[in-house]
Design a protein around this ligand. Structure first.
Ligand code: PEP
Ligand code: MG
Length: 591
C-alpha cells in the first residue's frame, strides 16, 4: 500500500478481497458524520428568515426520505418502516418546535439550535429505563444529521440512492453499508481501510462485486467522476488510465470470464481425491438470496449462514415470523443438503447502533456474538425459536459463535432447552434432535476443545477470528493485514489440535473461515482430516478442482513435512512448489 500523498499518483496497491476487473467512474462517498462547527447569533430582524431556513431544511429532509423509501430495492423494501419512523421524528414537535423556539428565544443559528435540541432530547432519553426505547435516540440523531446536511447544503450520499454504474470510493464501508448497496448500480468498491477478512470484504465476495480495501489514501487521490480500473485479483487500482492500459485490462477481463465459465462446467463434480477420499464442500452465505448462487457453484449445503446481516438490513430486530420465513426458505431450497445456521454474531465489526455495542473501546474483545446473546436473551430466544420452527422444513443444524469455554455452552443450551419447552407447550413442531455445534475461533476454545467436544454435535473452525485472536491482529486493520497468516505454524497446530479433539469424540469437523476457500490451503486441510470446508460460493469450483488433483496419501505425507517447517513463509513456499503448473491457472482466478 502506498502512503504517497502525491495528488498525481496514477496507481495504488491495496488488498484484493473480491475478484474481478472493473473499469468505470469513481463515486466518492463521504460516510463521515456531519460536524457542523459554526455557531452564530442572529440579529433580531433576521430571526424569521432563520426559522424559515430551518423549516425549509425539514421539508427537504422529508422529501429525501420519501424518495429514498420509494426507491428502496425490493430485497429490503420490508424494512421501509425504519424510514417511516424517521418521517415521524421530523413531524414530531419534540425536535422541530424545540429548535424553532430555541432559534427565536436564544437568537442562535438553526444548526446550533438543532444540536442543542438533540442534546436536550438525549438527556431525556438517557433517563429511560427500557434500553430499547432509550436507544431510539440514534434515530433522532440520524434524522438530525440529515437535517444538518441539508442546512449545510451537503449531499447525503446514500448508497442505495446511487443510480448510475459507478465504483464506490470510500474511507470505510460498514457491513451495513455493503448490505444496503444497490448492487445493480455498484460495479465494485475500494476503501482506505479494511483487511482480507473484514466483513465488508466478505460481503463483496458474496455479492460478486470486485473490491480492493486497505488502500490507505485512495479517497485523497481520487476525485468524483475520475476513471478507474480496479483489479480485484491483484489489489491494483489505476487512476485515469490511458487507452493502452484500458485495452490491456479489457483483455484480462475476457481471459478471466473464459476461465470462470470453464470452471463452472465442472463445479458439480464432487470434491474427491484421486484415491477416492471425499470431502464435503459447502457455502458460506449472508443472505437468503445467495442460496441460488451457492447451488450454481456446486455447494453441497450451507456450512455457515451468517444470520446477523438480516438484522443489519433491518437496522433492528426482525420479527420472529420474518426470521422463520427466511430460515425455512433456505432450508427448503437446499434440501436434502444440510444448512448450518449460526446464531447472531453481532459486535466486532458488525454493529447495530440500536443495540449498544458500537460504543465499545475494543469491540472485537467486547460484547460480541454469544456474549451479546446471553445478555440480551429476548433477542437470542426469538432467533432460537425461528431456527427451531424452521427445522422441520429441511436439514438444519444450529451453531453458536465465539464460544470461549464450557460455561457459555451450558448457558446457551439452557436457553435453547427453555425455548424448546415453550414450543412443546404451544404444540409447535421442531426437530428435537437438531444438531447443535459451536464455532472454534477463540484460542481458549482450542485449548479445551476436548472438553467442549463432549457437549456438542459438531465443531466448525473459524480461522478469520482464530487468526485474529491468536496472532493479536485486528482483522479489519490494513496496517497489520500482512500478519493474516493461515500458514503460521501456531495456526496449523491449533487446527490440528481441534481436529484431534473432534475425531477422538467422533464429532464432525468443519472449517468455515476464508482459509477454507483458499486453493493453496486445500491440501493441508485435507491432510489434517477436515470433513467439511465451507467457503464463499465463488471459490468452490477452484477448491474442488484442486482436491480432485491430489491424493490423500500425498496430502498426509506433505503435512508431515509441513509440520517440520517453522515459518509461514516456508510453508507457503513448500505448497507453491508442490502445486507447480496449477499455480499459473490459479493466478487467473485467485484473490
Ligand atoms: C471466522 O471467524 O472464521 C468466521 C467464519 O466467522 P466470521 O468471519 O463471520 O467472524
Ligand atoms: Mg468469526
Amino acid at each position: 500500500m502506498t502512503s504517497d500523498r502525491d495528488k498525481n499518483i496514477s496507481k495504488l496497491q491495496g488488498i484484493a478481497v473480491s475478484p474481478g476487473i472493473i473499469i468505470g467512474k469513481a463515486r466518492l462517498v463521504d460516510r463521515s458524520s456531519v460536524k457542523i462547527l459554526y455557531k452564530y447569533l442572529i440579529n433580531k430582524e433576521k430571526i424569521h428568515l432563520e426559522v424559515e431556513r430551518f423549516k425549509e431544511s425539514l421539508r427537504t429532509t422529508k422529501n429525501q426520505i420519501i424518495a429514498l423509501k420509494n426507491s428502496m430495492p425490493d430485497q429490503i423494501k420490508s424494512h421501509a418502516f425504519i424510514l417511516d419512523a424517521h418521517l415521524m421524528i421530523i413531524d414530531d414537535d419534540m425536535l422541530s418546535d424545540s429548535t424553532v423556539n430555541m432559534i427565536m428565544k436564544e437568537k442562535i443559528n438553526a444548526e446550533w439550535a438543532l444540536k442543542k435540541s438533540v442534546q436536550n432530547i438525549r438527556q431525556l432519553f438517557d433517563q429511560i429505563d427500557d434500553e430499547y426505547i432509550r436507544e431510539r435516540i440514534y434515530d433522532v440523531e440520524n434524522v438530525a444529521d440529515r437535517i444538518l446536511r441539508n442546512l449545510a447544503g451537503k449531499e447525503q450520499n446514500d448508497l442505495f440512492e446511487i443510480n448510475e454504474r459507478v465504483i464506490i470510493v470510500a474511507h470505510y464501508l460498514s457491513p451495513e453499508d455493503t448490505s444496503s448497496m444497490n448492487i445493480a448500480k455498484v460495479m465494485g468498491f475500494i476503501t482506505d481501510v479494511g483487511g482480507l477478512t473484514s466483513h465488508a470484504a466478505i460481503m463483496a465476495k458474496s455479492l460478486k462485486i470486485p473490491a480492493v480495501v486497505g488502500l490507505e489514501s485512495v479517497t485523497y487521490h481520487v476525485q468524483d467522476g475520475m476513471l478507474l480500473i480496479v483489479d480485484g485479483n491483484t489489489g491494483e487500482v489505476i487512476l485515469n488510465p490511458d487507452d493502452q492500459t484500458i485495452i490491456e485490462y479489457q483483455e484480462k477481463q475476457l481471459r478471466r470470464e473464459k476461465y470462470e465459465s470453464s470452471m463452472a462446467r465442472m463445479s458439480h463434480l464432487p470434491a474427491e481425491t484421486v484415491d477416492g477420499h471425499k470431502i464435503a464442500i459447502r457455502a458460506n452465505i449472508e443472505f437468503l438470496e445467495e442460496v441460488a448462487a451457492a447451488k450454481d457453484h456446486g455447494a453441497e449445503g450451507i456450512g455457515l449462514y451468517r444470520t446477523e446481516f438480516l438484522y443489519l438490513r433491518s437496522q433492528g430486530i426482525p420479527a420472529d415470523e420474518e426470521l422463520f420465513e427466511d430460515y425455512r426458505q433456505v432450508a427448503e431450497i437446499m434440501m436434502p443438503d444440510p444448512v448450518t445456521i449460526r446464531t447472531l454474531d453481532l459486535g466486532g465489526d458488525k454493529f447495530l447502533p440500536d443495540l449498544g455495542s458500537a460504543n465499545e473501546m475494543n469491540p472485537a474483545l467486547g460484547l460480541r456474538a454469544i456474549r451479546f446473546c446471553l445478555k440480551e436473551k429476548y433477542i437470542f430466544r426469538s432467533q432460537l425459536r425461528a431456527i427451531l420452527r424452521a427445522s422441520v422444513y429441511g436439514k438444519i443444524r444450529m451453531m453458536f459463535p465465539m464460544i470461549s469455554g464450557l460455561q457459555e455452552i451450558f448457558e446457551a443450551k439452557g436457553v435453547l432447552m427453555e425455548v424448546m419447552e415453550e414450543l412443546d407447550r404451544e404444540n409447535i413442531a421442531f426437530d428435537k434432535d437438531i444438531p447443535v455445534g459451536i464455532m472454534i475461533e477463540i484460542p481458549s476454545a482450542v485449548a479445551v476443545a476436548d472438553m467442549l467436544a463432549q457437549e456438542v454435535d459438531f465443531f466448525s473452525i473459524g480461522t478469520n477470528d482464530l487468526i485474529q485472536y491468536a496472532l493479536a491482529i485486528d482483522r479489519s486493520n490494513e496496517h497489520v493485514a500482512y500478519m493474516y497468516q493461515p500458514f503460521h505454524p501456531a495456526i496449523l497446530r491449533m487446527i490440528r489440535q481441534v481436529v484431534t479433539a473432534a475425531k477422538d469424540h467422533e464429532l464432525e469437523i468443519s472449517l468455515c473461515g476464508e482459509m477454507a476457500g483458499d486453493p493453496l490451503c486445500a491440501g493441508i486441510l485435507l491432510g489434517l482430516g477436515i470433513d467439511e470446508l465451507s467457503m464463499n460460493a465463488t471459490t468452490i469450483p477452484a477448491v474442488k478442482k484442486i482436491i480432485r488433483t491430489i491424493s490423500m496419501e500425498d496430502a498426509r505425507a506433505d503435512l508431515r513435512k509441513i509440520f517440520r517447517l517453522d515459518t509461514a513463509t516456508k510453508v507457503r513456499e513448500f505448497i507453491v512448489s508442490k502445486m507447480g503448473p496449477l499455480m499459473s491457472e490459479l493466478d487467473v482466478m485467485s484473490v
